[in-house]
Design a protein around this ligand. Structure first.
Ligand SMILES: *[C@@H]1O[C@H](CO)[C@@H](O)[C@H](O)[C@H]1NC(C)=O
Ligand SMILES: *[C@@H]1O[C@H](CO)[C@@H](O)[C@H](O)[C@H]1NC(C)=O
Ligand SMILES: CC(=O)N[C@H]1CO[C@H](CO)[C@@H](O)[C@@H]1O
Length: 345
């Protein structure tokens, strides 16, 4: 049995990672900010498979010193915890510190206190790959790096709004690879770089905060909030949360993933596709959805279709990942949101 520490297990992605690890027979300990956060999850899984450890503030460099120590000891650590929202007051304090210190901090703690750990997997992001200078038509893959540095992060255009999130993820992933290079610890690192994540929320995540940045467009579609006007798509690529979660397990299990980063995406999408897929699968929701070319205009691909390509073959070949279709993902997302009571049915 593999014993794994998962950080951020009550987040949208972290919960899916815990779910899939337990299904694969792992013993899992997950970090939570408060024990209350763990209550709902506790009722879902028996305590001989799943445990909790409190880590209040992931931005503290020694935050994980105690959490990485377990009896029996861990074989693997999966770090999914990182802030993901665009409401930032202080970019350094609210975004960059938690992301970078959390990442370097956990690597340090594992090196110092958890010598049995052989594999560490970190959730990075497409945000750590984005380079706005890439020409239209570029084919994105894990070879691409966001060019931001600590110096350029000081420039407000690199740290306001969405750029702040991208900067924090890029600097955190760079710091992780620098740590590996410099410290040469006894474990290997794999980073995973998912694009925008859709997909069902775990049934034990009942509160509104699970909607968050990833699924908020679905809430607006099925509640009728976007009926008059489809919001702009805002992202190039999407991927289902269950595929991203499985990739974390596979990265622990497959030796060929050691020392690599992987771009995780199922492909291009636009909001118009999402709306039309919802209408097809849930005809009863039709009058809440934006309809007609005028209402759907902003959510459509630019004329000629998606402007950027992608290459996800490393994730398919090395990890053996097969990506779910948009139709399946959208249908399951809507059902899961209805099941947790988001937007009346
Ligand atoms: C994050 O780490 C830096 C040093 O790398 C330190 O100056 C800063 O105080 C840390 N932030 C927190 C919240 O501990
Ligand atoms: C796609 O990525 C794989 C793995 O990195 C690489 O071997 C292959 O050449 C790439 N294919 C194209 C068409 O760019
Ligand atoms: C779990 C999680 O990341 N929750 C965040 C969702 O987004 C709001 C802001 O819109 C944050 O306050 C939560 O922390």
């Amino acid at each position: 049995m593999t014993r794994a520490l998962v950080t951020g297990g009550t987040g949208f992605l972290g919960a899916a990672v815990v779910d899939i690890l337990l299904a694969r027979g792992y013993h899992v300990v997950t970090t939570v900010r408060t024990l209350e956060k763990a209550q709902d999850m506790r009722t879902h899984f028996s305590s001989d498979k799943l445990d909790f450890v409190i880590v209040e503030d992931i931005a503290k460099l020694d935050a994980f010193d105690k959490a990485v120590v377990n009896d029996p000891p861990f074989d693997a650590v999966i770090h999914t915890a990182s802030p993901f929202h665009y409401t930032i007051n202080n970019i350094k304090k609210d975004m960059i510190d938690p992301a970078v210190n959390g990442t370097v901090g956990i690597l340090n703690s594992v090196k110092k206190y958890a010598p049995t750990v052989k594999r560490v997997v970190i959730t990075s992001s497409f945000a750590a790959m984005v380079d706005v200078n890439k020409a239209v038509g570029w084919k994105w893959s894990e070879r691409d790096w966001n060019p931001v540095t600590w110096e350029t992060a000081e420039d407000p255009t690199n740290s306001a709004g969405q750029a702040g999130y991208r900067t924090s993820k890029a600097l955190a992933e760079k710091a992780a690879w620098e740590f590996m290079e410099k410290e040469k610890p006894g474990f290997t690192l794999t980073t995973l770089n998912p694009s925008l994540i859709f997909g069902p929320v775990q049934p034990w995540l009942r509160s509104l905060d699970v909607i968050n940045t990833s699924n908020e467009r679905f809430r607006d579609f099925i509640s009728g909030a976007a009926r008059e006007k489809c919001p702009p798509t805002g992202s190039l690529f999407w991927v289902d949360v269950r595929d991203v979660a499985l990739a974390h397990a596979l990265a622990v299990e497959k030796p060929q993933s050691a020392g690599k980063r992987y771009f995780l995406t199922a492909g291009n999408f636009c909001n118009r596709d999402v709306v039309e897929t919802i209408a097809e699968s849930f005809p009863e929701l039709k009058d809440r959805l934006p309809s007609g070319d005028k209402a759907l205009e902003e959510g459509s691909y630019p004329p000629g279709g998606p402007k950027y390509g992608y290459n996800n073959s490393a994730s398919r070949n090395d990890l053996g990942l097969e990506y779910r279709s948009l139709k399946e993902s959208v249908a399951d997302t809507v059902k899961s949101l209805q099941a947790v009571g988001i937007a009346a049915q």
